[in-house]
Design a protein around this ligand. Structure first.
Ligand SMILES: NC(=O)c1ccc[n+]([C@@H]2O[C@H](COP(=O)([O-])OP(=O)(O)OC[C@H]3O[C@@H](n4cnc5c(N)ncnc54)[C@H](O)[C@@H]3O)[C@@H](O)[C@H]2O)c1
Length: 315
């Protein structure tokens, strides 16, 4: 009877620090861009009227995952998580089940990892200050990942000032207004995407924006005129053009496929990134299963190396 490890959020964070998350996320984008990793499109299963389930598969480096994750917006009013789920990790050579992993912790590390990788690839030389708008769960981990790649100075802004102050204290950054955060060299937005938090007048030549909060159609954090001023990048065109910051303008015809470059293509050098110091670059993250696979792999390695103790269950 197989014994399968069941890995909690606490164990995931003990296994994978932000610097490792950045490195592994970069690896995922590179392997996928080279065609070595496979990622079929995300499948939605509607659960009306309350929400939906998403199935996100990927395979690479001898492993395969299925992330089974929800979005039930009305749950917040019931005191329940809006997003919850599991990552199932298997051996891609034998099909053997290898682990069941809590999902939100994996998501926050891979999302933060993508933000930091985008900054490493696209921010202008000498970019030193960071701004974060939206200091919730995923915003906090994105800021930790940016701090892990050398951003020692930053401004945290949130509609809940206490969230901004707590994160700023943890990172040695300062708490400030959204306008102050939006003036940084690298700006991360991680709000629910219900209203724009970046406007045309906020943009400064040479900035890099990583917009992470709008990960579904109908959400947006950047005003349309601001978006059209930027040199555009995304995690994966197929997904980003259908659900995320770019999907509205893509649907209306304001943004075409040839105006948007995938991050992985920049990382492997098959397409160009920033073209000049005055470019404002914008990376639209919608969140890919390959990123989850990269973090799940790191968790598995930590467990195999005895760096985290986790319970097992006999199936
Ligand atoms: N791109 C990805 O891969 C990815 C991954 C995970 C989550 N997300 C998305 O990121 C968003 C945030 O997720 P989370 O789990 O961190 O949520 P959260 O609720 O933990 O955090 C959101 C934060 O934004 C703040 N906020 C809301 N409106 C604001 C505004 N106008 N200005 C400043 N701050 C504001 C809230 O006070 C809160 O602290 C969601 O839309 C989620 O779907 C994207």
């Amino acid at each position: 009877m197989p014994e399968i490890p069941v890995i909690s959020a606490q164990a995931v964070h003990a296994a994978v620090d932000p610097a490792t998350a950045v490195e592994r996320t970069r690896h995922a984008f590179e392997r996928h861009a080279r065609g070595d990793w496979e990622m079929p499109p995300k499948v939605y299963v509607q659960a009306p009227p309350n929400g939906d389930f998403r199935a996100m598969p990927a395979r690479g480096d001898g492993l395969a995952i299925l992330k089974w994750v929800t979005s039930f917006p009305g749950n917040a009013a019931k005191g329940l998580p809006v997003v919850r789920g599991l990552v199932l990790l298997s051996d891609a050579d034998t099909g053997e089940e290898l682990a069941v992993i809590e999902c939100a912790s994996v998501t926050s590390l891979r999302t933060g990892g993508a933000a930091a990788v985008s900054a490493q690839a696209l921010a202008r030389d000498g970019a030193a200050t960071a701004g974060l708008i939206g200091c919730g769960v995923n915003g906090a981990w994105a800021a930790r990942c940016l701090a892990a790649v050398g951003f020692e100075e930053g401004v945290c802004a949130d509609a809940r000032p206490e969230a901004a102050e707590a994160l700023a204290a943890e990172l040695g950054w300062s708490a400030g207004s959204p306008a102050e955060a939006a003036a940084a060299d690298v700006v991360l937005t991680v709000t629910p995407g219900e209203e724009p938090v970046i406007r045309r007048d906020d943009l400064r030549p040479g900035q890099h924006l990583a917009v992470l909060g709008a990960d579904a159609h109908g959400k947006a954090e950047v005003e349309r005129e601001a978006l059209l001023r930027c040199r555009l990048f995304c995690d994966e065109w197929e997904q980003a053009s259908k659900g995320g910051e770019l999907s509205g303008p893509v649907t209306s015809g304001a943004i075409a496929r040839e105006s948007v470059t995938e991050l992985g293509a920049v990382l492997v050098g098959s397409e160009g990134g920033r073209e000049g110091d005055d470019d404002v670059t914008l990376f639209d993250s919608t969140g890919l299963a390959i990123q989850d696979l990269a973090i799940a792999h790191a968790v598995l390695e930590a467990r195999r190396a005895g760096r985290v103790e986790v319970p097992t269950v006999a199936l």
